[in-house]
Design a protein around this ligand. Sequence first.
Ligand code: CTP
Length: 206
Amino acid sequence: MRVLITAGPTREYLDDVRYLSNSSSGRMGYAVAESLIAAGHEVVLVSGPVEIPIPSGCKIHQVETTSEMRDACVNHFPNCDGVIAAAAVCDYKPRERIQGKIAKTGDGISIEMIETDDVLAELGRTKDQRWVVGFALEAENQRANALQKLRAKNCDVVVLNSPTAIGSDTNQVELIDRNGDVVAEWSGSKQDVADRLVQWTLQNLG
Ligand code: CTP
């Protein structure tokens, strides 16, 4: 099987030297890549900027912005059997990227923000016979919000986790299906959780 994985944060530039991003380490997506490779599958890893080693044996596409992540995913998804979207994608970007460097004005400034592309939603819309595993990072009404995301992005299942997962070595997740049922619960190191997720995905979707 060939699987597309998104991992890490994206960056949205205000000018040529400043950007908005988040503290995603990329560990969850990279651990999923390691598990799939260990199980003998091909991985296309579309990754935002992270500081962890690239799993050996995967095809890597390093991107910075959400739009670059979207383009790489849209390119590769048709040749994959499914996608596991672990990236912590920026939801907003400045309406325009200023060339050079914004200078100090001696006063506050406002920056108009617009929504970025929803990479997973686009893959979900175009999935045909391919399977789609999303992640949902929820601070409140966790199961209800995760189910709403699953439906909005046309996922087969969604991995529900909480903001404490960002930047951590461990994770605690619930796997939610299209009926809203919690079909699995795993906790432990991100590698342990990734191994269980890959095993479940291969058995149930692959
Ligand atoms: N995702 C994506 N592109 C975006 C935003 C999110 O591909 N622009 C993907 C993430 O990789 C994840 C899923 O969508 O698999 C849900 O991401 P999450 O951050 O939990 O939700 P959002 O859709 O960003 O919604 P909100 O921030 O309002 O919770």
